[in-house]
Design a protein around this ligand. Sequence first.
Ligand SMILES: *[C@@H]1O[C@H](CO)[C@@H](O)[C@H](O)[C@H]1NC(C)=O
Length: 510
Amino acid sequence: MNNLLYKHNILNHHTSYMASTAIYLHFLLFILTFCSFIHQLSFSFSSQEYHEALEKSILFFEGQRSGRLPSNQRVTWRGHSGLSDGSSYHVDLVGGYYDAGDNVKFGFPMAFTTTLLAWSVIEFGSSMHDQIDNAREAIRWSTDYLLKAATTTPDTLYVQVGEPSMEHGCWERPEDMDTPRNVYKVSPQNPGSDVAAETAAALAASSLVFKDSDPAYSSKLLIAAINVFHFADSYRGSYNDSLNSVVCPFYCSYSGYNDELLWGASWIYKASGINSYMEFIQSNGHILGADDDGYTFSWDDKRPGSKILLSNEFLEKNSEEFQLYNAHADSFICSLVPGTSSFQAQYTPGGVLYKGSASNLQYVTSTTFLILIHAKYISSNGGVISCGTSKVTEKNLINLAKKQVDYILGDNPTKMSYMVGFGERYPKNIHHRGSSLPSIHQQPQQISCNSGFQYFNSDSPNPNVLVGAIVGGPDIHDNFFDDRNNYQQSEPATYINAPFVGALAFFSAQ
Ligand SMILES: *[C@@H]1O[C@H](CO)[C@@H](O)[C@H](O)[C@H]1NC(C)=O
């Protein structure tokens, strides 16, 4: 009996021990579940994750390369392409980037992409660490091409290679493409001040990137920038008029060329300090749109970018110009801050800036980049701006920018990263010829214009992962269709990525 009692006691003790362990484990499980729930609610990324995204955002540009690929090419499913671009016109136009999911080299968005990649390095290059060389290489791939386009023939800028209607009618790998590689140019008779002044901006901004690492190349870029700007300014007109059928509706210059003239002059002044460019800005600013508020920053419209650049950079703090540009820069930034009386942007319920149904994320990345530059600027100028009756701090702006970046990386209602190859869920059916067709190394025989459509129409995910590509992104209700046919949402573009490179560098250093 004693024995039994003893046994019973032991059992009892044992049972209560087990029970408390179970309660403890349950509690632990609850805490873990709760934490992961909280994590999902407001998951934030670590510096390492931002850095990983930064690396991928730059790697993407290798997948967009045209020309002869170097031996250190990391995107190995690609091969050489466009090796005779320009030859039938007796010019060398090999190289540069395909703009998006097709194989045309459009000079206008290529130049804008380059300007923003360079600006990313200028503002946030010190946070790029082991990625700084990759970022410079991504810029050089473009500037090598832009130099050829701008300096081969005097008073001529080559602005496009490829016949877009025919090319868009095919689904072909860049390595196979056999549609006409027509060359289009602007000249004194057929001017294009928009594309030329953007090219000047790209070359000038890039000259700053190479100032220390390759001074000879930097000078070459600056000289070319000055010449192409002179051409843009002397022969004024929009490339829309001379090249309408091949640039519209793809990259028409809707905003005209005034915004690019102001932007180009600002970049040359920043790169060179040559006083005549400041005089140009002072005497032409009003005519070129210094007084207009522009609320969109894109490959077409540079107005907000010029205001941020001019007010933040080099104007005398008390000058009339400074007041003008600074007021417009603040007004652009204030328009984006919800809850202020100046607010006039639109955000989806999930919290991402929404400007349009086609390739909306291009506006998110370009705007986020400007917000961060302005935040950096106000941190050394009082730390606060007035938006209507509200005060907006540097921290408010950084939080707003972070929300946009995190949304793109996966903190959004679909719980999907809109950067290919980042995170666990990302778009698998992107609208991109090279990514969706078998690699040239897997299937060397030509896949013709029409045969490619069997891959376009296939339900299988793209065989080649275009790591780092950011797609057009979700609609106004945060819905995203991972559908190759839906180019508005599933097509990547170089100008979506370029400003994101700077934003990711910023957050990787926080
Ligand atoms: C360029 O052409 C497009 C379409 O043809 C037109 O909507 C736009 O206004 C034009 N831009 C300029 C500056 O003329």
